[in-house]
Design a protein around this ligand. Structure first.
Ligand code: NAD
Length: 498
């Protein structure tokens, strides 16, 4: 059995805690490896190693730091096929989808190649008599990232790319479900010229996370995962004096106005609802057609497409989607479909009991569609995180707008319409972080920032974009006077601009 350990000081290090977790092939249900779960002592050792390496890296000029990322991007592109297969083998998503996962992270690495410009400070000449004032952005020291299973390429890179480019050392605690790709990324960073110790990968579970949250040498924590854990990490990090940005779950709606191009909307819903088996924080899980006629047309067009979804293992290059990540996820999603039926939603396409020949023990759930879902149902309130789309019929635009407005989560939302006025009104009034206008999954590009509102995000700075440079640096402001002549006496009144 393959054993996945940690990656510390530029080397693979075996786990010593005696605790491990299984890593499955989700298509077959077989255990393909075990991953070490770090103890507090192992985490502390990784932090000590990072802390020792960090000052020299911070003192490396920003152009040289950028060059590591230029080279890393080149290595990612050269190794893309191998990396995508490695990701898919533990996550279960299709290889093409895994490439998208890696490329979205790669784009953040491209963005931070601009670190010499991004990290420049501010300067005011003559802020007072013989006084200059300037602000610089210094790295926080050692930062940490705790990441979810669903994007094991993109999300670690969202975090470590800006953190490291800014001159920090970084401790990555990836998801224990698919830990191999994050370790491979750390190896490639070393190959790209990163000094040992600047990117340490420590595998683990709650024990490792708690050790991060209480470590006195970790200054900042970035978290992406489910909302209850995001809330916990945010509160605990803050109590321990760390800055934190924590991103949680989602329930993303797509409003379909009567004037929408229905074919375009249906195709968008198929990709956004069922791609990656619905295991995306920006997946669309609620469709809100406005008016009965729109709803009927929508459901009629969706059904045959859902029924003909091609579901397969990652080795099937024609598959639209793969299995869920674990048996727990499989049981949970099936249980929620049962719940929807009990609650009285109309199950139009039932993905329960889907079996693939030769993969009977895989965690496959077929594409599922509920119609006539109501806002008080559990299947509406809960993030299902599976290939299950709910149709909530709205009478008019205001009713449709109210649904995502009142929902606990506020990650993403989309509107399909040909009416610019409706789209503009929607984008202006909605209380959600990322809005798509005729775009189903509005994930901002690397040079903008990613983040939801409400229970989808805790903290005030988003992932990537200029927000990330602010998050991973501290501002220091220097007021300097170089007197041009000899000055007599001290001033005892509060200095003001004269
Ligand atoms: P998760 O919350 O179970 O795990 C996330 C991380 O937290 C993992 O590294 C895990 O080891 C750790 N963890 C788990 N339980 C913990 C505990 N009790 N105490 C401390 N740490 C713990 O999430 P997941 O299942 O890996 O990922 C899916 C979730 O992530 C979904 O809710 C999805 O919406 C969300 N997500 C959000 C975004 C976003 O940007 N908002 C992006 C991707 C995924």
């Amino acid at each position: 059995m393959r054993e996945i350990g940690h990656f510390i000081g530029g080397k693979h290090v075996a786990g010593t805690s005696g605790r491990t977790s299984n890593v499955y092939n989700p298509a077959t249900g077989e255990v393909q490896a075990t991953v070490a779960l770090a103890s507090v002592e192992e985490l502390r050792a990784a932090v000590a190693n990072a802390k020792a390496a960090q000052p020299k890296w911070a003192a490396t000029n920003p152009q040289r730091r950028a060059r590591v990322f230029f080279k890393f991007v080149e290595l990612l592109n050269q190794n893309m096929d191998e990396l995508a297969v490695l990701l898919s083998s533990e996550h279960g998503k299709t290889v093409e989808d895994s490439k998208g996962d890696i490329i979205r992270g790669l784009e953040v690495c491209e963005f931070v190649c601009g670190i010499p410009h991004l990290q420049k400070g501010e300067f005011t000449e003559g802020a007072g008599p013989s006084i200059d004032m300037y602000s610089i952005r210094q790295p926080v020291g050692v930062g940490a990232g705790i990441t979810p299973f669903n994007f094991p390429g993109m999300i670690p890179m969202w975090m470590f790319a800006p953190a490291i480019a800014c001159g920090n050392a970084f401790i990555l605690k990836p998801s224990e479900r698919d830990p191999s790709l994050p370790i491979r990324l750390a190896e490639l960073m070393i190959e790209a010229g990163l000094p040992a110790g600047i990117l340490n990968v420590v595998n683990g579970d709650k024990a490792a996370v708690d050790a991060i949250l209480t470590d006195p040498d970790i200054a900042a924590v970035s978290f992406v995962g489910s909302t209850p854990i995001a809330r916990y990490v945010y509160g605990t990090a803050a109590m321990n004096g760390k800055r934190a940005q924590c991103f949680g779950g989602a329930k993303n709606h797509m409003i379909i106005m009567p004037d929408a191009d229905m074919d375009q909307a249906v195709n968008a819903l198929m990709g956004a609802g069922y791609g990656s088996a619905g295991e995306r924080c920006m997946a669309v899980s609620v469709a809100v057609p406005v008016g009965e006629d729109t709803a009927n047309r929508l459901v009629e067009k969706l059904v045959p497409k859902i029924e003909s979804l091609r579901i397969g293992p990652y080795t099937d290059d024609k598959a639209d989607m793969g299995p869920l990540v674990t048996k727990d996820a499989y049981n949970r999603v099936n249980g929620l479909i049962d719940r929807g039926v009990e609650e009285g939603a109309k199950l139009v396409v039932d993905g329960r009991g889907f079996k693939l020949q030769g993969y009977e023990d895989g965690y496959f759930v077929g594409g599922t569609l509920f119609d006539h879902v109501k806002p008080d149902m559990d299947i509406y309130k809960t993030e299902i995180f599976g290939p299950v789309l709910s149709v909530v019929r709205a009478k008019n635009y205001e009713d449709a707008l109210e649904l995502p407005m009142k929902h606990e989560y506020g990650n993403g939302v989309a509107i399909y319409t040909r009416d610019g006025d409706a789209a503009r009104d929607f984008a202006s009034r909605i209380n959600i972080g990322m809005i798509g206008v005729n775009v189903p999954i509005p994930v901002p590009l690397a040079y903008h920032s990613f983040g939801g509102w409400k229970a989808s995000s805790f903290g005030d700075l988003n992932q990537h974009g200029t927000d990330s440079i602010k998050f991973w640096t501290r501002t220091k402001t220097i007021t300097a006077r170089w007197p041009s002549g000899i000055k007599d006496g001290a001033e005892f009144v509060m200095p003001t601009m004269k």
